[in-house]
Design a protein around this ligand. Structure first.
Ligand SMILES: Nc1ncnc2c1ncn2[C@@H]1O[C@H](COP(=O)(O)OP(=O)(O)OP(=O)(O)O)[C@@H](O)[C@H]1O
Ligand SMILES: [Mg+2]
Length: 284
């Protein structure tokens, strides 16, 4: 069994009278990429804020790297880092200056070479001495993440790391996250993009209505869908077109037949629809 670095049990949180998290439980393997998936307002940021000790829960418990967030917040903060949903870089400073500032605050040794390393990791060497106000969204995000990563935290929380990025920058971010996981960092990310979770995550939990309504590997989540179609593949378009026309009459056989797994998007929408139906029944 892989070691668990995060264990969350029965987490609850209300904002005034509005319950947002009702009963949230999950565990995360050390060194894995975990995605918390949910629509706008599902409570993803709330979970991240609680786990990173910025916000107190109303109930339940969470242990990170062996430390209880409620009683050992200081230790928890030492082994985690957070890149929030909204980029937190200083516009007036250059990329290098931003990193130097954070490194100095964290009292890192060999500051100059450490900063160079992170500039290179986040592919910002060329822009290192330019003011952040001239950076693109993708560059700001990468700088933000580099700032979070200085000091090599055990766990990195990334709240919607690719929201607002163009496809090219999104893919660059995915590569960066994968590189991190390869280095041994446990990555906890939130996303609304199903293809992002599908591509990146070792394990996915879907947050909806204040609870985790489904969890597992991307493959498991797709396989648990009850209805699957069958796809016929032909080795040329002409053949396929002919086949479509004549299949029933002439019985042209397919070159290969494979199971057509639903996309995670199908899984997500089906699960939410099931919930809606159930809640309606409950009300009746
Ligand atoms: N400080 C607050 N006071 C009152 N309500 C809040 C507060 N913070 C969040 N909420 C509400 O709690 C719910 C969950 O918010 P949260 O930001 O955790 O969702 P999210 O899943 O991160 O959404 P998004 O995808 O839009 O970032 C929302 O309905 C939000 O309006
Ligand atoms: Mg959020």
């Amino acid at each position: 069994m892989p070691e668990k670095i995060i264990e969350v049990s029965g987490l609850q949180k209300s904002y005034k009278a509005t319950p947002v998290l009702k009963d949230v439980s999950f565990t995360i393997d050390k060194g894995s990429i975990f995605a918390l998936l949910g629509s706008n307002g599902a409570g993803k940021t709330t979970v991240i804020k609680i786990l990173s000790t910025l916000l107190k829960s109303d109930g339940g418990s969470a242990v990170i790297n062996g430390f209880d967030i409620a009683t050992n917040g200081d230790y928890v903060r030492e082994c985690i880092s957070l890149t929030g949903q909204f980029v937190a870089v200083d516009e007036i400073l250059t990329g290098r200056e931003n990193l130097m500032l954070i490194g100095a605050l964290k009292r890192l040794p060999n500051l100059k070479s450490t900063v160079d390393e992170w500039l290179s990791f986040s592919r910002l060497e060329d822009a290192a001495n330019k003011k952040v106000s001239t950076y693109s969204g993708g560059m700001r995000r990468r700088l933000d993440i580099a700032m979070s990563l200085m000091g090599n935290p055990e766990v990195l929380f990334l709240d919607e790391p690719t929201t607002g990025l163009d496809p090219q920058n999104r893919i660059a971010m995915w590569e960066l996250v994968r590189d991190l996981a390869k280095k041994g960092t446990t990555v906890f990310l939130t996303t609304q993009y199903l293809e992002e979770a599908e591509y990146l995550a070792d394990y996915i939990a879907i947050l909806h209505g204040g609870k985790i309504i489904a969890e597992g590997t991307p493959k498991y989540l797709k396989e648990r869908m009850p209805e699957r179609g069958v796809r016929l593949n032909f080795d040329s378009e002409i053949k396929a077109n002919t086949a479509i026309k004549l299949l029933t009459e002439h019985g042209i056989s397919a070159d290969s037949i494979e199971q057509n797994l639903p996309s995670l998007e199908d899984v997500f929408l089906t699960l939410i629809d099931e919930r809606k139906e159930r809640t309606q029944h409950e009300k009746i």
